[in-house]
Design a protein around this ligand. Structure first.
Ligand code: DP6
Length: 359
């Protein structure tokens, strides 16, 4: 697809000053994105549940200035100036200035806060980058009133992807596919699209309880991990498998075969970590308690004929997934049996949500 579509049109309107606030969620991948080429093009298609309670709220104040050669901005996180986040955002603005040249004509004051505790091991790049993208699109819409909501979501996802790949899946919900796939109508490597088929009721309002097994800084960032997929001995098989898993999960999400869902989702999580174990240099992001939790989940599932399962992102925390109809029993199992494996017994109860909201 032609990226020229995303270059904003010149506007004859002048806006001297504007402030926009957006809330955008985190997401948890069911089929994982792990491996990319430039510029932020995924090696395989991925799909995620959009979360609801885990979100970022970002306000951007725009003040018109003389056109500058690079984006001018200040950054506040939870009320405090946060200069150590600046290089990542500066790089993001550099990548998107071709598509949003108006950012060079404003001084931007960005203030952000997360609903989840900072350094909880929950990736904030997906919600953080998508929230900035929505604020920019809000200004773009004011400058160019003919933009449709459909285009706004597409471009916001396109921009967010250039900040962090998984952020492209945080604009809409409850299920978003990113990456071109023959069986997903409208899918693209450039932006996320809402899963285009009817979802079986068992997957509606799905629950995700995030167990904070390890809240420390990861030893290996996702960016480094993605890079290690270049020259990885199993990379090609992995990319093929992920695309096949996307076909399978598309059918499962429509027909409600939850046993197949559990099998596929857990296999994806373990395969992601298997890629890390077999990288060179190799690394391990799971912790002993990650494995304890997984074993307890398997035991509980076998004994109670439950549909509980787990997934992992690039870290030690465990996402416990279960249908809303099993909420009461599973939540008491989590409280009674799993929280002892969490740092300070901390966990976050979440469920699927619908994406970005103005605030
Ligand atoms: C394991 O989106 O954080 O969570 O594009 O380098 O910012 P960058 O990577 P990022 O990678 C996420 C990896 C994952 C799987 C997933 O969300 O699909």
């Amino acid at each position: 697809m032609n990226t020229a579509l995303f270059i904003s049109k010149e506007s004859n309107k002048t806006i001297e000053k504007a402030t926009y606030t957006w809330q955008t969620p985190s997401n948890i991948a069911l089929v994982k994105y792990w491996g990319k080429s430039n510029p932020q093009i995924p090696k395989n298609a991925s799909i995620s549940f959009t979360l609801n309670n885990c979100h970022t709220i970002t306000t951007i104040e725009f003040l018109k200035i003389e056109k500058s050669s690079e984006a001018k901005f200040e950054l506040f996180f939870e009320g405090k100036k946060k200069d150590d986040f600046k290089p990542k955002i500066a790089e993001f603005f550099k990548r998107i200035e071709k598509y949003c040249p108006y950012i060079l004509e404003y001084k931007m004051v960005i203030s952000s806060e997360n609903s989840f505790p900072h350094s909880s091991g929950i990736a904030s790049s997906a919600s953080g980058m998508s929230a900035i993208a929505m604020c920019l699109l809000n200004l773009e819409k004011e400058l160019n009133s003919d933009l449709t909501d459909e285009f706004i979501n597409k471009k916001a996802s396109f921009l967010a992807r250039l900040g962090s790949g998984s952020a492209s899946r945080s604009i809409e919900g409850p299920l978003v596919v990113w990456g071109e796939h023959p069986e997903i109508e409208g899918s693209s490597d450039l932006f996320g699209v809402k899963f285009p088929y009817k979802i079986h009721p068992i997957f509606e309002n799905y629950c995700d309880t995030i167990l904070l097994v390890d809240k420390g800084e990861k030893q290996v960032s996702s960016t480094v991990g993605h890079n290690l997929m270049h020259n990885h001995p199993y990379a090609e098989q992995r990319f093929t498998q992920a695309n096949e898993n996307l076909s399978k999960i598309s059918t499962i999400l429509q027909n409600g075969d939850i046993k197949e869902f559990i099998n596929l989702v857990e296999s994806e999580a373990l395969t992601l970590h298997a890629m890390m174990l077999t990288s060179n240099p190799y690394f391990i992001l799971m912790k002993p308690n990650t494995l304890e939790v997984i074993n307890k989940i398997w035991e509980y599932r076998a004994q109670n004929n439950s549909n509980i399962c787990f997934t992992l992102d690039a870290g030690a925390n465990v996402h416990v997934l279960y249908p809303n109809t099993e909420k009461t029993e599973v939540e008491s199992f989590i409280k009674n049996t799993l929280t002892v494996y969490c740092q300070k017994n901390q966990y976050i109860c979440d469920n699927t949500g619908f994406g970005a909201k103005p605030n």
